[in-house]
Design a protein around this ligand. Sequence first.
Ligand SMILES: [Zn+2]
Length: 111
Amino acid sequence: MMNLFGKKSSELKQATSKEIICPKCNSKNSTKIYVIGVYKHLLHIPFLSGGKYGTSNCTNCNHTIELNSMPMAIKLAYYELKETTKTPIWFYTGLISIKVLVLFKIFSKYF
Ligand SMILES: [Zn+2]
């Protein structure tokens, strides 16, 4: 019994924000913001969405900031990007398969 369940993440969206100035190297238009989707898997089949989180990365100095320690300006840009990011349907592959199987079982009683 190992790694039956687990969590994986996948990059959903990224954008370079023009207004953001990197807090480390002070360069403009170099901060990339990433929206990362987390999913729970069962036997490596994506099962359930586990929410989203964000990181930013400066393409100039390679400075990475996690969501919790982002300056307000980057945090706001992240939330703006997250607003337009949909959770991909394949995050629910396992759940959908089970629903389809259950429906199939129900219908097979009547037809
Ligand atoms: Zn930088």
